[in-house]
Design a binder for this molecule. Structure first.
Ligand code: SAJ
Length: 457
């Protein structure tokens, strides 16, 4: 009959778990983070802040060199944090995967993109896990954080780790905890966003919670890695579907002669049962446009069609084309064809006040305008250049300084990302024609055309 302690505390019943739990409690555990991107570097810094000797492992020597030089390359991570924990001997980095052998815990924070065929690309996860498996030893805790479909940890990660004969939950410990990093968010960060954790066994869950509790204010236990994987997909599918809804509403309002911005603003006064989303030129970033398709792909395996996800993908995916038509219609009011007209794009990042233009719908709009023969320029205070090999038009572009002369010269200014640092009143004052896809222009004007609103709204 297990004694009270073991039945209440499953960790105590497993000597390897008890040993790790003790190291976590005394902060003597050596913790590792594989993948030092916008998720991994903040996590490594928070583990160091939590008192652990933390090792970052990344394939990119540049990232490793930066960390070891006490420099950050992620906007949300101050250099002072990296330098401080580096000096305290609590943070370092390496490209050598063999370092896994000396670690007590390993968090995997590598990308989970989509392939061109819109299927999940788990190649980065598999590569990281296969590397870890080479050095896996009894007593280690492995946690996957990369956003993925329900079943990845159990069906892909666990078998790869168990190949050497160790058994998850007995010889080593395995959990999933979705990353919830919102780049550029000045309120919510790795420390204060609740961390959902689902372990392969209760012991795995408990150990993962003990690790995070040293660095994260709130840890939320769920019953399995599958549940934790699904939690993240619900979070981001919720956004993609609601953004699709409001984008479709914008198309309706365009036809009904109503301002969708006025409608959403008024609906947002409802203090319960409503959450505002806003139309835009499409869906950018490496989370929202991608994560829902991990879920729709997985459920196809069990014969289910995730129609909301597919429909939202269709609506959101069609927005760049709609914006190009909006720009074409606006030029048309000046008897100007797209071909040969000069169009200045304001904001190319995938959302405001950040520097990331990967998967940005603004780039899709620019590529289509270029294909139609427009003479393009752009201004984005956060994105200095767009390399030729990073977009379909295949031309190197640099952000042009925003001046009254430039605004007065171009045939049309298209606001695609509404960075707060831009003076949109000045844009309206100097520009001949404005197409506003983000409701950045607050005062109506006859030369301002808005997505989802009649002219002059
Ligand atoms: N977008 C709209 N209308 C909206 C909201 C967003 O068109 O009402 C567009 C944005 O312009 C962008 C895309 O959708 O192109 C994604 O925007 P996002 O605000 O969802 O920002 P992301 O992609 O940085 O999403 C991250 C996610 N974080 C994680 O996955 C851990 C997401 O879960 C967060 O909810 C989101 O940040 C956030 O709330 O900012």
């Amino acid at each position: 009959m297990p004694d009270a302690l073991t039945s209440q505390n499953p960790v105590a019943a497993n000597s390897l778990a008890a040993a790790l739990s003790d190291k976590l409690a005394r902060r003597t555990a050596k913790v590792g983070v594989v993948g030092l991107g916008y998720v991994g570097l903040p996590l490594a810094v928070e583990f160091a802040r939590g008192g652990f000797e933390t090792l970052g492992i990344d394939l990119d020597p540049g990232k490793v060199e930066s960390v070891n030089a006490g420099r950050s390359y992620i906007r949300d991570v101050p250099d002072t944090d990296v330098a401080g924990f580096r000096a305290a001997g609590r943070l370092s980095a390496t490209t050598d995967p063999a370092a896994v052998a000396v670690l007590d815990t390993i968090n995997i924070c590598v990308p989970t993109p989509l392939r061109k065929t819109r299927d999940p690309d788990l190649s980065f996860v598999v590569s990281a896990v296969e590397t870890i498996a080479q050095y896996l030893r009894p007593g280690q805790l492995v946690i996957l954080e990369s956003t993925t479909y329900p079943g990845t940890t159990d069906e892909i990660v666990r078998p790869l780790l168990e190949k050497q004969g160790l058994v998850a939950g007995r010889d080593f410990f395995l959990a999933f905890s979705p990353e919830r990093v919102d780049p550029g968010n000045e309120t919510w960060n790795t420390r204060n966003v609740p961390k959902v954790v689902g372990g392969h066994t209760p012991v795995c869950t408990r150990l993962a919670c003990e690790l995070y509790s040293a660095s994260v204010a709130t840890v939320v236990e769920v019953s399995s890695p599958r549940v934790a994987e699904m939690v993240k997909l619900l979070e981001n599918t919720f956004r993609a579907v609601n953004i699709g809804l409001v984008n479709e509403l914008a198309l309706m309002c365009d036809r009904l002669g109503i301002s969708v911005w006025e409608v959403v603003e008024a609906a947002a006064t409802k203090p319960f049962g409503f959450m505002p989303f806003y139309p835009g030129p499409g869906l950018g970033g490496h989370c929202i446009p991608i994560d829902p398709f991990y879920l729709s792909w997985k459920v196809k395996e069990v014969g289910f069609e995730a129609r909301f996800i597919e429909l939202a993908g269709y609506v959101n995916g069609a927005m760049p084309q709609h914006v190009v038509h909006k720009i074409s219609d606006a030029l048309n009011t000046r008897a100007l064809p797209v071909r040969g007209s000069s169009v200045l794009i304001l904001g190319v990042a995938y959302k405001r006040d950040i520097d990331d233009f990967r998967e940005s719908p603004a780039i899709d709009v620019m590529a289509e305008l270029d294909r139609r023969g427009a003479r393009l320029s752009y201004h984005d205070p956060y994105v200095a250049r767009i390399p030729a090999d990073e977009w379909a038009a295949g031309i190197d572009m640099e952000s042009t300084p925003l001046t009254p002369e430039l605004l007065a010269t171009v045939d049309c200014v298209a606001i695609l990302t509404d960075h707060r640092s831009i003076d949109y009143d000045a844009v309206v004052r100097h520009a001949r024609l404005v197409v506003d896809c983000r409701n950045a222009v607050k005062r109506p004007a006859p030369h301002v055309f808005k997505l989802g609103a009649p002219t002059g709204c």
